[in-house]
Write a protein that binds this ligand. Structure first.
Ligand SMILES: [Ca+2]
Length: 232
């Protein structure tokens, strides 16, 4: 059916143990001819909230079956009026389980006081707050001082070609150490091959995700779900 959504997931692994820690839920469309980004950009706030409600149902099923925490992409447009914030909080309060909420780095970022107030309220509901796609938004380093994120997800652009460009290893190391010095956690995104995972592991982010482990796939087909189903 046109515009019918499917929920995909990609596991996020802890570097120290090599075990899956969280699962990022991702929207896909059944009709592959519709570009996803333009579809998502046309959603009204109400439609974005419906999409989040759908993903929370999946997050609840995954948590119930595997204990894994889900991470959801929430558009920064929902950091708006008190009414928008309340609608988001109502959904998350009803969900009632631990959750990670990712906000993509945009330029310019919404007002830091409004963001931090919402982040604080979401934290009270059991959420951790992640900054998504760091390295693509041209906000500069002050973003870490101004915005109260718990987790920084480092965009794949910082590790692309890292095998051929040693200077990128130094850059990644510097970013990770700086983020950790602010007391925040790190996820490196887009790790694709064994050489990259070796280089990335050496600079010690907390978590990694990428094609090296697996491509995003329908949530019921995730390795962790299949293992649970096979064991059942
Ligand atoms: Ca994301």
């Amino acid at each position: 059916m046109k515009n019918e959504r499917i929920c995909f997931g990609q596991l996020i692994y802890e570097i120290r143990t090599g075990k899956p820690k969280e699962v990022e839920l991702l929207t896909r469309l059944k009709d592959p001819t519709i570009p996803l980004d333009s579809y998502l950009s046309t959603l009204s706030k109400s439609e974005s909230l419906s999409l989040i409600a759908e993903q929370l149902e999946v997050a609840a099923a995954i948590h119930q079956e595997t204990g894994l925490v889900s991470t959801l992409n929430v558009p920064a447009t929902l950091i708006g009026t008190m009414e928008d914030n309340d609608r988001l909080k109502t959904l998350i309060r009803a969900f009632g389980r631990p959750l990670v909420v990712e906000f993509t780095e945009t330029y310019p970022m919404p007002d830091s006081r409004a963001c931090n107030r919402l982040f604080c309220e979401l934290r009270d509901l059991g959420c951790e707050i992640a900054l998504d796609d760091f390295g693509t938004g041209f906000n500069g380093m002050s973003i870490f001082a101004d915005y109260d994120f718990d987790i920084v997800k480092i965009d794949r652009c910082l590790i692309m070609d890292i095998n051929e460009r040693p200077s990128k290893v130094s850059l990644l190391k510097m970013v990770i150490e700086m983020v950790h010095s602010f007391g925040k956690s790190t996820v490196v995104e887009g790790v694709e091959d064994p050489d990259q995972i070796k280089l990335v592991s050496d600079v010690q982010p907390r978590y990694v995700q990428g094609f090296f482990y697996h491509k995003p796939q329908y949530w019921l087909d995730l390795p962790i779900m299949s293992a649970t189903h096979a064991a059942a």
